[in-house]
Design a protein around this ligand. Structure first.
Ligand SMILES: [Ca+2]
Ligand SMILES: [Ca+2]
Length: 308
């Protein structure tokens, strides 16, 4: 009789172990899924919250630029409040930081064409900028062809569709204005290293925008004329200090060509806001191109997340 009971007990123990094992696997699986759900929800919530905080930063930048227009609409320089770096500010669950940059202090790539036609003055300035940065000046002709409306190659250093349609994958020139300097990366002969060198000195704002000599760096200042070398440009930057030039026309009339003089000023309309929010392990950076019009209205023309 004992011999009959033993196998039955063994089967019962095995069944119990199987039930416990299956139960454990199901429980662990449920906990794992719940943990993943929690992480997904947390990340999604942090992303939503980050966007709201970044929108707040953009509104705050708008207020600062509006206040500046009221206080000093006739001049924009690096000593003004908008130019100050905003230190990281604590927010619920993290920190937010940001700064504004005057895009009129950079060379405007869209100035290379005006009304779809190549602009020689800007092309010469871009060639000087490339030279000052140790880059190939022929890139100026390539950029002009990328932007100008026609499909005729800028002689001798341009590049129209014939170059790009032969690539894999093939693509065409924009033949119009650009919205981001990163389009340079699509242009012939411009490798990533050259792009990274050039990036801090170029922008893409509407053609016809003036260059603000109160905010331009020494290298951009030197690109204005063959008569301004980098040493003299550094002196000019020191001279304007944190208050800007008192009379730009008088100061620059003997330094730059008359046509260039009409393209420089001391006031700005387009600014780049860079704002970063950190919430726990989640971090997000927003780049926002802000336009401040003459009535003080500030609007975002272009936003990007993560990359400029
Ligand atoms: Ca101002
Ligand atoms: Ca073209």
């Amino acid at each position: 009789m004992n011999n009959a009971i033993q196998p039955q007990r063994g089967a019962a123990v095995l069944t119990a172990m199987l039930v416990v094992t299956v139960g454990t696997v199901i429980a662990v699986n449920m906990m794992w899924n719940a943990s993943l759900d929690l992480r997904r929800t947390t990340a999604s919530l942090a992303a939503d919250q980050s966007l709201l905080f970044l929108q707040g930063a953009e509104a705050m930048a708008g207020d600062i630029l509006r206040a500046d227009l009221i206080a000093s609409g006739d001049i924009d320089h690096l000593g003004e409040q908008w130019a100050a770096e905003i230190p990281p500010m604590p927010i619920d669950g993290g920190v937010i930081s940001g700064h504004l940059e005057d895009l009129h202090g950079r060379f405007n790539l869209n100035s290379l064409v005006y009304g779809g036609v190549a602009d020689e003055i800007s092309q010469r300035q871009f060639e000087r900028l490339l030279m000052l940065l140790g880059l190939d000046q022929r890139l100026a002709g390539v950029a002009v062809d990328w932007l100008d409306a026609d499909v005729e190659i800028e002689f001798p250093n341009g590049g129209e569709d014939n170059i790009y349609t032969g690539r894999n994958p093939p693509y065409r020139t924009a033949n119009t204005v650009i919205t981001s300097p990163s389009e340079l990366l699509a242009m012939s002969g411009l490798e990533q290293d050259a792009y990274l060198t050039l990036m801090p000195y170029v922008t893409a704002i509407p053609s016809g925008s003036s260059l603000n000599v109160n905010t331009a760096s020494d290298i951009v200042m030197a690109s204005l004329s063959d008569d301004i070398d980098i040493t003299y440009a550094t002196q000019l930057v020191q001279e304007r200090g944190m208050v800007g030039f008192t009379d730009i026309n008088t100061r620059f009339q003997d330094l730059v060509e008359a046509d260039v003089l009409t393209r420089i000023s001391g006031i700005s309309r387009y600014f780049l806001l860079t704002a970063t929010v950190t919430l726990g392990t989640h971090q997000l950076t927003m780049y926002s191109l802000l336009e401040r019009d003459s009535s003080g209205i500030v609007r975002s023309m272009f936003r990007s997340l993560g990359a400029q």
